[in-house]
Design a protein around this ligand. Structure first.
Ligand SMILES: [Zn+2]
Length: 270
């Protein structure tokens, strides 16, 4: 079967990267069943040939109006699809959608009429926010990293920047590669408008990674690999913390002065 990826090299690279990350999420045990979502704004890789492609689905309402998404295209994981399947067959377990001119509805254009994730309205709301802000970020990843989710089961770590400080202090690279730390969002119903709004507020509070209490992590970055990397370095820190606790002691962590030095040398925002 002919695929939209066959003669669109840049678009294929983006989707290949999504598939690679989906495989990592499964291998890490962060993507049980159909858990997790990935959406990528691929508009910059869309040419006139793709713009002329007919819809292969009915017109679906987004459920909200997102004015900055007019004419945008997204690759989205399909609803009820598994990351481990998407890793092998990204265009059977996800699709490319076109946002229509009313900014309130969309159609699927390729390759198959795979309906996007039920989390689509919240992911698109985040992309709308990022474009409004002039952000270069094009990818959002939601997943269930075991050790980071475990941290959110303790109220102490849900206080502002307590988890950030702990995770940054476990190994220097975590602050260097997740330089804004983690925003914390208290438990809210999955897929709810409230959760989407709270996530956008946390990103607006200058975080790239947001932890959802007793649920998971939502990260944004320039591309899917970078978003994954931020989650990965944070979870690595959580594993180091747990390893020390398992050895029977509370880890010292880097000092404030050592962490400030990292910020100065690497010109970090915090
Ligand atoms: Zn989830």
């Amino acid at each position: 079967m002919k695929s939209i990826l066959d003669n669109h090299v840049e678009l294929k690279q983006v989707v290949d990267n999504v598939a690679e990350v989906a495989g990592y999420l499964w291998q890490k045990g962060w993507a049980e069943r159909n858990g997790g979502n990935i959406t990528v704004n691929v508009t910059e890789h869309i040419d006139d040939e793709v713009r002329a492609l007919p819809a292969i689905s009915p017109v679906y309402p987004i459920g909200t109006t997102l004015p900055h998404l007019k004419g945008c295209y997204f690759y989205c994981k399909g609803t009820n699809m598994r990351m481990r399947d998407l890793a092998r067959w990204p265009m059977d377990n996800g699709s490319v959608i076109r946002i229509l001119d009313d900014c309130a509805s969309y159609v699927i254009i390729a390759d198959k009429p795979v309906k996007p994730t039920s989390e689509l309205p919240s992911h698109l709301a985040v992309h709308n926010y990022l474009l409004a802000k002039g952000s270069p970020y094009r990818a959002s990843v939601h997943t269930h990293p075991i050790e980071l989710v475990a941290l959110t089961h303790n109220k102490r770590f849900m206080e502002k920047d307590v988890a950030t400080r702990l995770l940054w202090s476990m190994i220097p690279e975590t602050k260097a590669f997740c330089p804004r730390g983690v925003g914390m969002v208290p438990y809210m119903l999955p897929s709810s408008v409230e959760l989407a709004d709270a996530t956008i507020r946390a990103i607006d509070d200058d975080y790239d990674v947001v932890m959802w209490e007793k649920h998971g992590v939502f990260a944004v970055d320039v591309d899917v690999m970078a978003a994954f990397d931020q989650i990965d370095v944070l979870n690595k820190s959580a594993l180091i913390y747990i390893a020390a606790k398992n050895m029977g002691f509370e880890p010292d962590g880097m000092t404030d002065a050592q962490m400030q030095e990292i910020s100065d040398v690497f010109h970090l925002p915090k």
